[in-house]
Design a protein around this ligand. Structure first.
Ligand code: LLP
Length: 388
């Protein structure tokens, strides 16, 4: 972890802040580009994971496209200089103005998530005198073996169109004159560490593509979404996710001929390069004997532990104490659930020590809020700091 190496240079910077390791980001991007080029796979970055301007400018250098979840994300991608034809847009609840904007911008694909949405996109495209390029986001009913809060492709999920509903409406979908159905889209969930679930996804995708093409569709793109997980437990062991293994599985199991295969990685690209740096404010012990370490960050900077029970490894990077103690690390927000973790073994910690909350580059700052009128978190980039 970068913060441990440069802890002395971080003292004096007002906390809390996100520290981004730009070298690690670049190495991660180099890895995904190198591995995906082996198979001519196309990679998009899921901008919802982190929409920081500087990170986006670096990601753009690597020729990666963007996956969006709202009209404002599409706008951000375009304003950040990404080619419209490298932008895809999924989302269960696209509003009319968002659809209109995406069509006007000629993005690569609007990934539609309901039959009714197809109708609305068709109508808006007709009003604009255009034909919109569409992906059918299909719910493949796959268990991604991840945290239930972040799985998206099981039969009961709100995401995607069920295969049954597509079959019921096949002729009607084909009759829509202002949309071009250029591909299918599947995204089964996030923080997937058991890569064999992608085999099941490929098997489903093969059958869906084959059946739909036999019924008259002709697809150019198969977008298999994102979801590759990172190592939250011991990030030092795996700073760059194993893109090679995932791509090898897709290569082996996805049989869709010469169609373009697209990916949409969020966490895998930016998760490990970000840390949340926070200062210890106070120590206290509850009447029940629980030792609390109160830090100056809170759920307003990083809500993942409170929202999903997600684990982030925490370390005291400035304490020189030899002894370790167990702490419950809590934030400043006026909420009882504002707890980063319990029973954390840390070097004996005192007011003013710096802690790092690791692997916070994805879904950290982008999910920040201003509850309690907190400021939005600031960012510090390693290449602004001497020698990094
Ligand atoms: N594509 C689609 C359609 C998605 O919905 C998502 C994430 C991605 C790609 C990128 O997934 P990734 O590669 O990052 O796993 N806030 C939660 C994660 C929510 C993911 C939402 N969709 C968290 O902090 O764990």
């Amino acid at each position: 972890m970068l913060s441990r190496k440069i802890a002395s240079q971080l003292k004096g910077i007002e906390t809390p802040f996100y520290l981004y390791d730009i070298n690690l980001l670049r190495q991660t991007l180099e890895s995904v580009v190198y591995e995906s080029n082996k198979y001519n796979y196309k990679v998009h970055y899921a901008i919802k994971a982190n929409n920081d301007d500087y990170l986006l400018s670096i990601i753009k250098e690597y020729g990666i496209g963007i996956d969006c979840a709202s009209g404002n994300e599409v706008r951000k991608a375009i304003e950040s200089g990404f080619e419209p034809k490298s932008i895809v847009y999924a989302g269960v609840g696209k509003r009319d103005k968002e659809i209109r904007y995406a069509i006007e911008q000629n993005i690569l694909a609007i990934n539609c998530e309901s039959i009714e949405e197809l109708q609305v996109v068709n109508t808006i495209a007709a009003e604009l005198g255009k034909k919109a390029d569409i992906g059918l986001r299909i719910n493949p009913d796959i268990d991604p073996k991840t945290n239930r809060c972040i799985d998206t492709g099981q039969a009961d999920s709100k995401f995607g169109i069920s295969y049954e509903e597509i079959m019921e409406n096949i002729e009607w979908i084909k009759s829509l004159e202002n949309i071009n159905i250029i591909g299918i889209h599947i995204h089964i969930g996030s923080q997937i560490r058991e890569l064999h679930v992608f085999e099941n996804m490929c098997n489903k995708a093969n059958a869906i593509v084959e059946n739909l093409e036999s019924l008259g569709f002709k697809f150019r793109i198969v977008d298999v979404g994102g979801g590759l997980g990172i190592n939250y437990d011991v990030p030092e062991n795996e700073p760059i996710p194993n893109f090679a293994s995932l791509f090898a599985i897709i290569r082996e199991y996805l049989n869709v001929g010469d169609k373009e295969v697209h990916f949409e990685f969020g966490r895998a690209l930016v998760g490990e390069c970000g840390e949340l740096i926070t200062s210890v404010l106070y120590n206290k012990t509850t009447a029940t004997g629980r030792r609390l370490l109160i830090v100056d960050a809170s759920m307003t900077e990083l809500i993942r532990p409170m929202l999903y029970g997600s684990y982030h490894n925490i370390e005291n990077i400035t304490s020189e104490e030899e002894s370790f103690k167990k702490y419950t690390v809590v934030g400043t927000a006026c909420e009882s659930t504002d707890v980063f973790d319990e029973n954390v073994s840390l070097r004996k910690s005192k007011r003013g020590d710096l802690l790092t909350i690791k692997s916070a580059g994805a879904y950290g700052s982008s999910m920040a809020s201003q509850y309690n009128m907190h400021d939005l978190p600031k960012a510090v980039y390693s290449d602004q700091i001497n020698g990094n």
